[in-house]
Design a binder for this molecule. Structure first.
Ligand SMILES: Nc1nc2c(ncn2[C@@H]2O[C@H](COP(=O)(O)OP(=O)(O)O)[C@@H](O)[C@H]2O)c(=O)[nH]1
Ligand SMILES: [Mg+2]
Length: 253
């Protein structure tokens, strides 16, 4: 059965860029039949050739004009249209010949993961075969250790909402601004002491430390993968991690 990989993350975190880079990397290095699927009706330019592109059917801009909606209303509405189209999309993919589909998701993670339609779209895709999410955390937005913990908690929330295993990856690692970030990703005790040493305290620090305990268990299973769509760093590791995540769930054996 083919594998579905949903690229997830906040607006501008690099989903579309990674979809392009990862797709071509897989074609060159793993020699699998790879297709890219675009579910973002608001995309303007795609740096990859999509096997299936929702913009063939509707675009966010059209919805705004036709329905007199602002960008947020149009995004919510676009998810309803996407859900209605999903049976046809799934049918098209079921007839396609591929080993792995890299699925670029709408610009805003909250729209895809936190409105009930997104999880239902994902559920329909899981009928095609094993499905996994890659949650991208934009390294250029992490300016202190607790930022990492906050972003990590969103990835967990997305996993809970979408009901598929979600792998965590840093994107734009070439643009990382926090010194020691690499060590924070692999060394739990260093992360813990760094959070403790951050300025400020009170309830926020308590919350962060509580979240860190969850993070600790997660780190035992998977350390966040460092990727860059600019340099291609980390793509092999990302591929291995996706495989491991699916094996752990018993989806691939
Ligand atoms: N330096 C750097 N910039 C990146 C990388 N990935 C994406 N970008 C830039 O980040 C911006 C948003 O990227 P995009 O892929 O459209 O994000 P999306 O909204 O999550 O799909 C664009 O200007 C990209 O050129 C990366 O790995 N390194
Ligand atoms: Mg995009």
């Amino acid at each position: 059965l083919p594998i579905q990989v949903f690229i997830l993350g906040m607006a501008g975190c690099g989903k579309t860029s990674l979809t392009a880079k990862f797709t071509s990397w897989l074609r060159e290095n793993v020699r699998l039949k790879v297709i890219a699927v675009n579910l973002d009706s608001g995309a303007v330019n795609l740096p990859y050739e999509a096997y299936l592109d929702v913009r063939k059917f509707f675009t966010l801009e059209e919805l705004m004009l036709k329905e007199g909606l602002g960008p947020n209303g149009a995004m919510v509405y676009s998810m309803e249209i996407l859900e209605k189209m999903t049976p046809d999309i799934v049918k098209t993919l079921a007839e396609a010949d591929y080993d792995i589909a890299i699925i670029d998701t709408p610009g805003q993670n909250e729209v895809f993961s936190f409105i009930p339609t997104g999880p239902r779209v994902v559920e329909a895709f899981t009928k095609l075969g094993p499905s996994v999410g890659v949650f991208l955390i934009d390294a250029s937005t992490i300016s202190k250790p607790s930022d990492l913990v906050a972003c990590f908690s969103i990835s967990i929330a997305s996993q809970i909402r979408l009901g598929i295993p979600v792998v965590v990856a840093l994107s734009k690692i070439d643009k990382a601004i926090l010194s020691g970030l690499e060590k924070l990703l692999v060394d739990y005790n260093f992360l813990l002491s760094s959070v403790k040493n951050e300025a400020g305290g009170g309830l926020n620090k308590d919350f962060t430390l509580h979240l860190l305990r969850i993070y600790k268990n997660f780190m035992k299973v998977q350390k966040p993968v460092k990727t860059s769509a600019l340099t291609g760093e980390g793509l092999e590791e990302l591929y291995d991690t996706i495989h491991e995540a699916l094996c752990e769930c018993g989806d691939l054996t």
